[in-house]
Design a protein around this ligand. Structure first.
Ligand SMILES: *Cc1c(COP(=O)(O)O)cnc(C)c1O
Length: 364
């Protein structure tokens, strides 16, 4: 692999979305439907390493129908947010953590490692170029989606010789459409998300593909999200399709399921663990069973539960439903400790509170 620094070639968009149309789109962007003008692309070939870095107009990518990803799903992704600052700049939250996790996901999927600095530089470049797409407003941000897929034209089963790394950006509001104060969960007892030795700790598209049927079942039962149990005993609460989970007890202590290969190591999860400990909250990474959850919710020992992730930030869980019936958490709405931790996190992310952890990365 070449040691000289890869230079990005700039191809500015010849006809970006006009300002008035962009303003219209940014009024109520929802999640994942409004895209900025540009994208970053970097190619990889096993004999030359990373090459051909560009920022160019966002456009469809020509693909051969025999491209490996379309057959064997060798694909990984990341998700992080850029925020507007009061002084007219932009920041991202812990992008190096995303870069590191991207390397770990790549490793698990037998893909090449993208250098951390190149990952962050690619995100920075897109945010700088498409700064006009960072929406204003409390829950709004520019969601950055880096991803990489196998691009070799070959139907044999093996790690691809070619990869394409791309970063796109989407102006987003809040993740959940509902204005409900808390989400409802469906406990999946038929399907699991990740098995020991599998890809549960990697952020790969395949994990999501296999979660969709369970999510559809949740929707059919009137629930917003699905919560998965462990694949071995079908007993221990693991996480949601795309969010980690925390439990808050009546003595203020908290529990979150431990990482161990079947749970995605969320950056929001890890940040909340740090914030909780600094607030003097007793927080354990420990297994928690669905039966205990039901018992504790009914007895009142469990006061709150919430889901967390970059997209959904911190989202209170109000109701849990399964084949065996339903139980409510607390009063079914947001709890005080959940709200407290959320504002501590969001305060740092949005620059309202001092960042003593060095989590904020200034883009410009
Ligand atoms: C991305 C993701 C999360 C949350 O991770 P963050 O780094 O907090 O955004 C949790 N679970 C799954 C399955 C995920 O894909």
């Amino acid at each position: 692999m070449s040691k000289t620094k890869l230079q990005f070639v700039h191809h500015p968009h010849p006809s970006p979305v006009p300002a008035d149309k962009r303003a219209e789109l940014l009024k109520n962007p929802g999640f994942g439907r409004v895209f900025s003008d540009h994208m970053v692309t970097i190619r990889y070939h096993e004999s030359k390493g990373w090459y051909d870095a560009r920022i160019e107009p966002r456009a469809p990518i020509p693909m051969d129908p025999a491209a490996a990803v379309l057959h064997y799903a060798q694909e990984i992704f990341e998700g992080l947010k850029a925020y507007k600052t009061k002084d007219g700049g932009a920041t991202m939250f812990r992008p190096t953590e995303n870069a590191r996790r991207f390397q770990k996901s790549a490793d698990r999927l037998a893909m090449p490692s993208l250098p951390e600095e190149l990952f962050v530089e690619a995100c920075d470049l897109l945010v700088k170029t498409d700064r006009a797409w960072i929406p204003d407003g409390d829950g709004a941000s520019l969601y950055i989606r880096p991803f990489m897929f196998a691009n070799e034209i070959f139907l044999g089963v093996k790690p691809s010789s070619d990869y394409l790394f791309i970063v796109i950006a989407s102006s987003v509001g809040s993740y959940f459409k509902t204005d409900a104060p808390a989400v409802s969960l469906w406990v999946s007892q038929e399907f699991t998300r990740a098995a020991p030795g599998g890809t549960g700790a990697a952020k790969c598209g395949g994990n999501y593909a296999s979660s969709l049927l369970a999510q559809a079942e949740a929707t059919r039962h009137g629930c917003d999200q699905v919560v998965f149990l462990d694949a071995v005993e079908q007993k221990w609460v693991e996480e949601l399709g795309g969010m980690n989970i925390f439990f808050v007890f009546d003595d203020g202590s908290m529990v979150t399921p431990p990482l161990g290969g079947t749970i995605l190591p969320g950056i929001t999860r890890s940040s909340l663990l740090t914030l909780a400990k600094d607030k003097g909250i007793k927080v354990r990474e420990d297994r928690y069973s669905i039966d205990q959850w039901r018992t504790d919710a009914r007895s009142g020992r469990l006061r709150e539960a919430f889901a967390c992730g970059t997209a959904a930030v911190v989202t209170p869980i109000g109701t849990v439903r399964s084949k065996d019936g339903e139980f409510k958490i607390g009063n079914g709405g947001p709890g005080t400790q959940t709200e407290d931790l959320k504002s501590a996190l969001v305060g740092i992310q949005r620059g309202h509170t001092a960042d003593k952890y060095g989590w904020i990365h200034k883009v410009f």
